[in-house]
Design a protein around this ligand. Structure first.
Ligand code: CA
Length: 422
């Protein structure tokens, strides 16, 4: 039996960032405010701009000019999987308990390893375009029942193609950013005229998103069986949603102001290499998808997800949802193949999110809309507080991880607090 890889940095079994993970992020410190790329290892960040500057990554086929002394990961993401694999292997070697290079050099450790508590995490990618899918059958069915009734829950196209809309990249923010409650038009009473004001039905959406590494050319669709070559890694996504604005505006062209004010993402990008051991067969699809969406060996990932909520008067957060990425009907490969089949090109740094990830049980629904069934079943939080939707100063935190044998490959968290409207 092969020995489990182990780092000289102590990482306990519930920590999201063992040597098996090594997710990429962009950070700065008070001492050095320049944004740069790092990987998370336990409670530390390995400063890759330092590692690269000291020529410790030679042999990884990196270009001459710096790749990690950058304020975004795009330069590295563009290089593609063979280079990503080499860098990953080299970083695992550098951090290994067996390797004295870094382990036995206090000087190098001081320069290259920074306690996570001293870092400020920034948006990891310069995001070009952001697309949001709608790939959970359970979520689409629940929302469909609420808005159109049981008989018309799923639209006729839903089982044939991964439905999506083009979102707003400029308002994607990193975890920890407070979100101002949006204002807009709503029409709470269909017999009266619409009105203007702060959204009263603020919601979250539990999602995962993936980033495009190497892009694709206009007019050249990405085949479903080569889609993963273009995918760098994944983050947690909270697609904040104003349900009352959404209800009034969404027909005929889909969501607009209900979604465009903010989308939060976790700061660490977990690579597909790190997720590989957690592949599971994709959900069986009926009807059979069209050939351009069909990949017999298609897979998804077993990623446990949870959402917690904490009101201003609550001492601690309360978990209100437990779901799993594997519940999704459409896979990331199918999403990318469908997105480009029209000839739409992809660019490095584009972000494609999954859509709300709801499971089959009532405690696995990935939005308050579903958890409270449109406000008809308020959820009980601690200290006698209940919610139908998000109140001012409520904090929403999402976490996700893959459970290995005695270790976790995790995403950390994405958190955000709703502030009152201006
Ligand atoms: Ca969404």
């Amino acid at each position: 039996m092969s020995q489990k890889p182990k780092s000289f940095i102590e990482v306990d079994s519930e920590n999201h960032f063992p040597i098996q993970n090594l997710p990429y992020g962009v950070f700065r410190t008070v001492k050095n405010p320049k944004p740069r790329v790092g990987v998370a290892i336990g409670d530390f960040v390995l400063d890759l701009s330092e590692v690269e500057r000291r020529r410790m990554l030679s042999g990884c086929d990196l270009p001459q000019s710096p790749v990690f002394d950058k304020s975004a990961l795009n330069t590295f993401m563009k290089l593609g999987r063979p280079v990503w694999r080499k860098v990953r292997r080299r970083l695992q070697e550098l951090l290994s308990a067996e390797n004295p290079e870094l382990r036995d050099s206090d000087g190098l450790k001081t320069e290259c390893l920074i306690p996570m508590a001293e870092t400020v995490m920034l948006l990891p990618v310069e995001i070009g375009d952001y697309t949001d899918f709608y790939s959970s059958k359970e979520h689409a069915t629940n929302v469909g029942i609420m808005f159109r009734g049981k008989d018309n829950a799923l639209m006729p196209n839903w089982l044939h193609l991964p439905v999506a809309y083009h979102g707003r990249a400029g308002s994607v923010v990193v975890s920890g950013t407070d979100i101002r409650r949006p204002k807009g038009q709503t029409r709470p009473d269909d017999s009266r005229p619409p009105r203007f004001g702060p959204s009263r039905l603020m919601d979250f959406e539990l999602e995962l998103g993936f980033f495009i590494g190497p892009g694709s050319e206009p007019g050249e669709p990405v085949p479903v069986d080569r889609a993963d070559e273009h995918i760098f890694g994944m983050v947690l996504v909270n697609d904040w949603s104003a349900r009352d604005i959404q209800k009034w505006e969404y027909q005929p062209l889909g969501p607009f102001l209900a979604k465009n004010f903010a989308t939060s993402i976790s700061p660490w990008i977990v690579t597909l290499e790190a997720l590989e051991p957690f592949r599971v067969p994709a959900v069986a699809q009926d009807p059979e998808p069209m050939p351009y969406l069909s990949r017999p060996d298609d897979w998804t990932y077993d990623i446990q997800l949870q959402v917690s909520m904490q009101g201003a008067n609550m001492v601690r957060e309360k978990i209100i949802c437990r779901s799993n990425f594997r519940y999704l009907y459409w896979t990331i490969n199918q999403q990318l193949a469908h997105h480009t089949v029209s000839g739409c090109n992809m660019r490095t740094g584009d972000m494609l999110a999954s859509g709300t990830i709801s499971g089959p049980t009532e405690d696995s629904y990935g939005s308050l809309l579903e958890l409270t069934w449109r406000g008809s079943k308020p959820i009980q939080l601690a200290e006698g507080e209940e919610r139908k939707f998000i109140a001012d100063y409520d904090r929403i935190t999402m976490r996700g991880w893959c459970e290995g044998d005695g270790y976790r490959v995790g995403f950390g968290e994405v958190t955000g607090k709703i502030l009152p409207a201006e």
